[in-house]
Design a protein around this ligand. Structure first.
Ligand code: GLU
Length: 504
């Protein structure tokens, strides 16, 4: 590191919607940066134009924004290490590949894809795996095997070429990963990876290393799927003579059940989103935002998938996460994604939100249904039922009968709860309530319960029939809270309508 400043980057390729594993990588980078007074950089790695997907870049940025992961330097934010989109850095890489060629760490290769396919097939037929590396490179078409003049004329004659890294044979490559500790790999297991192509574009490996160096990245925190690239990356730093950043490879997110990592297709198949936001292009996919998750609940849930605070605490705000986060407490085995736990987090956050803020969100849902209601009445309602829901959108299922009087009466409940004497009892309750002026929950409860005691009728018999007439079913919060909210007039109307319909 040229200075001691912490500079980390999230470096997605815009090849589709950002998976929640990617969001977690971004989050850990962000938390690490904030914890260490560092800088969080968003770099768009779009060197492979064949995999570019329209809309993906905006999607990535919108996702981070929704999550509250603030970018310090990036395509939109700017910064003094830009441009932050690799396709706009195209002119930068040539110089570095030339440097490697000059130092003898890289070479031109002219083998056509067909020739290489043929080789691969013949190796496979013998049960072997073809690797372009030291034992075979001298027999292939490249600057190491061909004469200088032949190579020059090939390059000048615009024959497509690639530039490959010259991986030295049989060397112990020693690396350190902050999560895995020391890792040693023999260089003979590595092939001569392509670093640059004749269209002037670097491959991921070269662009990634050069940019991390130029952007003075101090810590590379990324998904475990990049661990196999680490030997090459470390060798590239050494070939250039650059100081290496620290590396941390994050364990995978695993499927809720069964084997393997949570992949893009699992989500909607298994009934939960694997993307932060709805993906509207081509094969559409659901997102946490649209499912009704609060961004802080979503982030809290993700943070704990792989990192643990070392205490029993489960609920963390972004600030608390920033304070508590450390790479040392990131585990080295995969974390199983648990969709039920995700809902649990949202439930907890919903309970912590003010009834006013929930009421405000709920009023939007009601508006779509053509229902307008006073804010203070909605706040009251939210307070009555929020414990029963995980999402604001579920409030409707719990409160529909507050807004719409029952038209039908659940036949199962009628069969079970509407007895011979129900009708006469309810007529008495109606008469009783019609004489009550103070329609507060406490008062109506006191009046009705006193009557029940005096009359010596069963509490269940009265309350079940009462609920059936008011709600139309055997559900909902405390009965006296319901009628207090509905008010006297509506309560009496519902009793009349129900009595008329159920008769007997
Ligand atoms: N562009 C790579 C990706 O899509 C970045 C890997 C890295 O962080 O080095 O994940």
């Amino acid at each position: 590191m040229t200075n001691n400043k912490v500079r980390v980057r999230f470096a997605p390729s815009p090849t589709g919607p950002l998976h929640i594993g990617g969001v977690r990588t971004a989050l850990y980078n962000y938390l690490f940066a904030k914890k260490n007074n560092g800088t969080f950089i968003l770099r768009i790695e779009d060197t492979d134009q064949t995999r570019y997907v329209e809309g993906a870049e905006d999607y990535i940025m919108e996702s981070l924004e929704w999550c509250g992961i603030k970018v310090d330097e990036g395509v939109r934010e700017g910064g003094s290490y830009g441009p932050y989109r690799q396709s706009e850095r195209k002119g930068i890489y040539r110089k570095y590949i030339d440097e490697l060629i000059e130092k003898g760490w890289a070479y031109y290769a002219f083998d056509t894809p067909e020739e290489l396919d043929e080789l691969r097939n013949s190796y496979e037929a013998r049960g072997d795996k073809f690797m372009y590396n030291a034992p075979v490179r001298d027999n292939l078409k490249n600057t190491l095997s061909l004469g200088k003049s032949e190579c020059e004329s090939l390059i000048d004659g615009s024959v497509p070429y690639v530039v490959r890294f010259k991986m030295p044979p049989d060397e112990e490559i020693k690396m350190t990963d902050l999560i895995r500790g020391d890792v040693v790999v023999n260089s003979s297991t590595q092939d001569d990876k392509i670093l640059f192509k004749s269209d002037g574009m670097p491959t991921y490996h070269l662009a990634n290393i050069v940019d991390d160096y130029l952007m003075e990245i101090s810590h590379v925190i990324r998904g475990e799927e990049w661990l196999p690239s680490l030997p090459l990356h470390v060798m590239l730093y050494r070939a250039f003579g650059w100081e290496e950043p620290e590396f941390a490879h994050l364990p995978l997110l695993l499927k809720p059940t069964g084997k393997g990592k949570l992949n893009k297709r699992d989500g909607d198949k298994m009934g939960f989103p694997v993307f932060p936001l709805y993906w509207p292009y081509g094969e559409t996919a659901s997102g946490y935002r649209e499912e009704g998750y609060f961004p802080d609940a979503f982030i809290n849930m993700l943070a704990l998938l792989g990192w643990n605070p070392g205490t029993e605490q489960e609920i963390f705000s972004m600030e608390e996460l920033t304070d508590a986060f450390s790479i040392e407490r990131v585990g080295n085995s995969g974390s199983r994604f648990d969709p039920e736990k995700a809902k649990w987090f949202n439930h907890q956050y919903l309970q912590m939100k003010s009834d006013e803020s929930i009421a405000l969100e709920f009023s939007e849902i009601l508006k779509d249904k053509g229902i307008e209601e006073k804010t203070d009445r909605l706040v009251q309602l939210v307070g009555m039922v929020k414990e029963r829901v995980n999402f604001v959108k579920d409030l409707w299922e719990q409160t529909d009968f507050f807004f719409v009087a029952p038209k039908e009466y659940d036949p199962q409940v009628v069969k079970k709860r509407w007895k011979e004497d129900s009708s006469s009892l309810m007529k008495e309750v109606r008469a009783l309530l019609s004489s009550v002026d103070d329609f507060s929950s406490e008062n109506t409860e006191r009046v009705v319960k006193t009557w029940i005691e005096e009359k010596e009728v069963g509490m269940g018999a009265v309350m079940n029939a009462f609920r059936l007439l008011i709600v139309g079913a055997a559900r909902g919060p405390h009965m006296f809270n319901i009628i207090s909210w509905l008010g006297k007039e509506e309560t009496l109307n519902r009793l009349d309508a129900g009595l008329k319909k159920l008769k007997k």
